[in-house]
Ligand binder design. Structure first.
Ligand code: PRP
Length: 213
């Protein structure tokens, strides 16, 4: 019997450079060079297993609705998506960083509502609500670190890796909201219907993660 078609959704951009070697270690290899192609879906060395390459924020959507069976995406985007519509069986321990609040160095406490700029509005809303703090959310698409200096916001919620971007813009990290790394997510129905191949892939990926320490 032919194995069922299985689609793995990958996050394009920086994560991909770390994910492809891990997939290779797990013996899942694209049939052509993803980095050099404008295609969005690729066959692999395994019959009926395909890789699609999309924006990270779309990976949870594809997996929840079953158009992709498996997804590889940052925990930040999983938290921002905020659904329990898929399983999250494996931490790949790559693309590690932290979701943090940050404020201008030596900022004095703000009277009244804190103005918070972020592209992670759901995460920020949840975090400050848990702290019992009233905030005014300002949604931006990028370059968040500029917002405090330009008087648009008192604080930001963003990804911090080395901390260099904060420092270069006169900001300092404050509260840790979440540790972030790339995770494997799996559609709930696929986990039942395609259990054999999914368990096989998860096992191989788990061994690759362990081998990398
Ligand atoms: C992220 C984040 C910060 C930067 C932090 O941006 O938004 O700007 O990395 O890294 P650092 O602590 O090492 O300086 P990214 O480059 O991923 O691009 P983005 O603006 O598209 O999120």
């Amino acid at each position: 019997m032919n194995s069922p078609r299985l689609v793995i959704a990958l996050t394009k951009g920086r994560i991909l450079e770390e994910v492809l070697p891990l997939l290779r270690q797990a013996n899942i290899v694209p049939a052509e060079d993803i980095a050099r192609s404008r295609k969005l879906i690729f066959d692999t060395n395994i019959e009926n297993v395909q890789l699609m390459v999309i924006r990270g924020s779309d990976v949870p959507t594809y997996v929840e609705f079953g158009s992709a069976d498996i997804g590889i995406v940052g925990k930040d985007l999983i938290l921002e998506y905020g659904s329990e519509g898929f399983y999250e069986p494996l931490d790949l321990k790559i693309a590690r960083c932290r979701m943090m609040t940050a404020e201008p160095v030596n900022a004095v406490p703000v009277q009244g509502r804190l103005k918070v700029a972020t592209k992670f509005t759901n995460i920020a809303k949840r975090y400050y609500a848990e702290q019992g703090k009233q905030i005014e959310l300002i949604k931006l698409s990028g370059a968040l670190e500029l917002a405090p200096a330009m008087g648009l916001a008192d604080a930001i919620v963003d990804i911090v890796d080395t901390g260099n971007t904060l420092k270069a813009n006169g900001l300092e990290p404050r509260d840790l909201i979440a540790e972030v790394s790339s995770r494997v997510i799996v559609n709930k129905a696929s986990m039942k219907i395609k259990n054999g191949i999914i368990r096989d892939i998860l096992g191989k990926l788990r061994r690759a993660v362990e081998a990398n320490g």
